[in-house]
Ligand binder design. Sequence first.
Ligand SMILES: Nc1ncnc2c1ncn2[C@@H]1O[C@H](COP(=O)(O)OP(=O)(O)OP(=O)(O)O)[C@@H](O)[C@H]1O
Ligand SMILES: [Mg+2]
Length: 263
Amino acid sequence: MSDAGHEEQQAGSRVEPASPAGRQMLVNAEELIAGYVPEVNILNGTQLDLYDGELIGIIGPNGAGKSTLLKAMFGLIPIRSGIVTFRGEDVTGAPAHELVSKGIGYVPQNNNVFPSLTVEENLEMGMYLNPKGFSERFDVVTELFPLLANRRKQKAGSMSGGERQMLAMGRAMMMDPAVLLLDEPSARLSPAFQDQVFIRCKQINRAGVSIIMVEQNARRCLQICDRGYVLDQGTNAYTNTGRALLEDPKVIELYLGTLAKAE
Ligand SMILES: Nc1ncnc2c1ncn2[C@@H]1O[C@H](COP(=O)(O)OP(=O)(O)OP(=O)(O)O)[C@@H](O)[C@H]1O
Ligand SMILES: [Mg+2]
């Protein structure tokens, strides 16, 4: 095998970003432009990549476009320009059910369980593309979230916010995803449940699931993520390892200062 490999890139060819520790790129979003209302762009050229095994965090002020970025990647709003790839395949604008079947799970910020259904029925909904695999996945998911086994017959609407968040994450895990997109999993939860959420995310990630996590709890998020993205007005303001962002004076001043005081 030749060890050559340093030929110059052809002019105009795309330069792949350096891959952390030689890992395979799972998700890549480039130059995304998207929005809800005609001619109003919320994402203004957003870029993001996720390598196999990573946990990456997205932070930024309210209205920065964090949820919009996840929705655009999950095929829930039209992408006006730019590209999203999954394992190198162009999935720009692919519908959500297709992305689920390819191995991408999504837990939205709000209304992420069916309140009138039981825990078990919610988990079944997570498996609608593969109903035969239910009992096997149920065992895996309830090992991660034992509460869900104990509450199997309880209506989701009668659970606390923290319990519902566990259920929403459990439901997304039913399809055995390669990637989980989590939108503010710790929002509005008690401190004890916030701890649980961050611990479970780390556990799920260690079990081999790559995670893209949007979080208001910016410091906490940067402490556990491998790399972080700071979004502001739909564009990338800062990108670095979680640790480097936590120590970056500009990031602290602009995005962590007030949050730190509020903690
Ligand atoms: N369904 C919608 N229709 C029209 N505009 C929307 C819709 N959802 C969000 N927006 C607008 O898009 C912008 C970005 O919203 P987005 O929800 O992505 O922000 P965010 O960074 O997730 O904020 P937060 O931290 O408050 O969740 C905001 O100006 C918001 O008003
Ligand atoms: Mg949001």
